[in-house]
Design a protein around this ligand. Structure first.
Ligand SMILES: NC(=O)c1ccc[n+]([C@@H]2O[C@H](COP(=O)([O-])OP(=O)(O)OC[C@H]3O[C@@H](n4cnc5c(N)ncnc54)[C@H](O)[C@@H]3O)[C@@H](O)[C@H]2O)c1
Ligand SMILES: [Zn+2]
Ligand SMILES: [Zn+2]
Length: 366
């Protein structure tokens, strides 16, 4: 059965998203059709629009989604209609050396399913019958999505779907960078560059990890007020190079710094800021042409580390339930991250607000 659904599409780089009616095929073997409840508006969707994340167009946007299983394809045994699920934007083959080693974000099969289910052919078409890609194998900024079962994680139906959706990217990315990638230790000092959905989640992760000092840095003052609500102990309005102030505040530099913006220059700033033996983690996704540089000598003499974190180095089947149990215990704020809810028709406004830095997170609700 072919399903009709309203969806937010990128047809042309740097043009507002368009809302169109799409037609979705029923799930094939190993696939599932989900009726979306909510989809967060992540900067990575915006990066697909600007071309920073270079995916072929036209593209159904959305990867931070949660919904209810509508139909399962042949061979799907772990999910059934009515199950509540969060989308995971990484495909996990479960067999390659990285999957087996517990690092599915590095799965070797991932590049094969960037704009389709793993089988490799599109399940979505526009009104003229032309095929459409789906962002990171999800395409969850639509009333329905047909995806590989491996891109879905079953959750407790008690969790509101708009809060659950955020776990599908921003929250797990930010908290996971702190927990999994950096393994932040209690009593440490942490700097977070960029206070969007990802950076604010890193701040929350640092609070849960027991960091003593959490310094939020952003170019927008209202973002710093938000950062304080999520647990930042200090804030710096980014006007000029903040390294001196960071060193002063922490007596030599933070133990950890998280770049949650997507700029090589800022990655270098985060690296310069950290103390001897410190760790700088690049979470933001910069454009392909961007690069960064460090003073080589500091690597041996100061034993500093610069690393990256993809999807919070998470294992979705382990980390999504972990995030949700922290939420249920009142330790991880999800509801508070949602600044504004939009209908699918308002998706262009949601992206304009993201670009203007108005929201902690904007969420499309269906
Ligand atoms: N590594 C991953 O797996 C992963 C996952 C999701 C998102 N991302 C990336 O993380 C980044 C952040 O995503 P988001 O959804 O939170 O974005 P966002 O747009 O909501 O937030 C970005 C924040 O950075 C601030 N900012 C801009 N320039 C700055 C500067 N020079 N110094 C300090 N702050 C600055 C903005 O004011 C804004 O508050 C994006 O690059 C996104 O693509 C990475
Ligand atoms: Zn794999
Ligand atoms: Zn995202």
């Amino acid at each position: 059965m072919v399903r009709k659904a309203k969806a937010a599409l990128c047809r042309e780089h740097n043009k507002p998203v368009v809302i169109e009616e799409i037609a979705l095929d029923a799930p094939k073997r190993g696939e599932v059709t989900v009726k979306l409840g909510a989809c967060g508006v992540c900067h990575s969707d915006l990066s697909a629009i600007t071309g920073t994340i270079a995916l072929p167009l036209p593209l159904v946007l959305g990867h931070e989604g949660a919904g209810v299983v509508e139909q399962v394809g042949e061979g799907v045994t772990e999910l059934a209609p009515g199950d509540h699920v969060i989308f995971s934007f990484i495909y996990m083959c479960g067999k390659c050396r990285f999957c087996v080693a517990g690092r599915p974000v590095l799965c070797l099969e991932q590049g094969k399913a960037l704009t389709t289910p793993l089988e490799g052919t599109p399940r979505v078409r526009d009104a003229s019958g032309a095929p459409l890609g789906i962002f990171s194998g999800c395409g969850s900024m639509a009333e329905y999505a047909t995806v590989s079962a491996e891109n879905l994680i079953k959750i407790d139906p008690k969790i509101p779907l708009d809060c659950a959706a955020l776990v599908g990217c921003g929250v797990t990315t930010g908290v996971g960078a702190v927990f999994n990638t950096a393994k932040v230790e209690p009593g440490s000092s942490v700097a977070v560059f960029g206070c969007g959905g990802v950076g604010l989640s890193a701040i929350q992760g640092a609070v849960i990890a027991g960091a003593r000092r959490i310094i939020a840095i952003d170019t927008l003052a209202p973002k710093l007020d938000m950062a304080k609500k999520f647990g930042a102990t200090d804030t710096i309005l980014f006007k000029e190079d903040p390294v001196k102030e960071l060193k002063k505040l922490t007596g030599g530099g933070p133990d950890y710094a998280f770049e949650c913006v997507g700029s090589g220059e800022l990655a270098a700033t985060a690296y310069r800021a950290i103390r001897r033996g410190g760790l700088a983690v690049v979470v933001g996704v910069a454009k392909p042409s961007d690069s960064t540089s460090v003073r080589t000598m500091t690597l041996p003499f100061e034993e500093k580390t610069l690393t990256g974190s993809y999807f919070g180095s998470c294992v979705p089947r382990v980390d999504f339930p972990r995030m949700l149990s922290l939420y249920m215990a009142g330790r991880l704020k999800l509801e508070e991250l949602i600044t504004r809810r939009y209908s699918i028709a308002e998706a262009p406004q949601a992206f304009a607000d993201l670009q203007a830095g108005k929201n902690a997170r904007g969420v499309i609700v269906f």
